[in-house]
Design a protein around this ligand. Structure first.
Ligand code: ZN
Length: 62
């Protein structure tokens, strides 16, 4: 079970093998080696990383 590092919501939709989407705060999450990377989808469809906003401890799964 994934919890959104940003809003702690559990309403996470799966959009790819390792990619997820938070329906609550509309950010994209991807998982690599049990660390959740956080991305914001820009208006032009590109992704910008929000990892700097979250300590790695908070992005670790489990
Ligand atoms: Zn969220």
């Amino acid at each position: 079970m994934i919890t959104c590092p940003n809003c702690q919501s559990k309403e996470i939709g799966k959009i790819g093998t390792t990619q997820f989407y938070c329906w609550n705060c509309f950010i994209e999450l991807s998982i690599d080696k049990n660390i959740i990377s956080v991305h914001q989808v820009e208006e032009d469809g590109s992704l910008s990383s929000l990892n700097d906003l979250f300590e790695e401890e908070k992005r670790r799964m489990g």
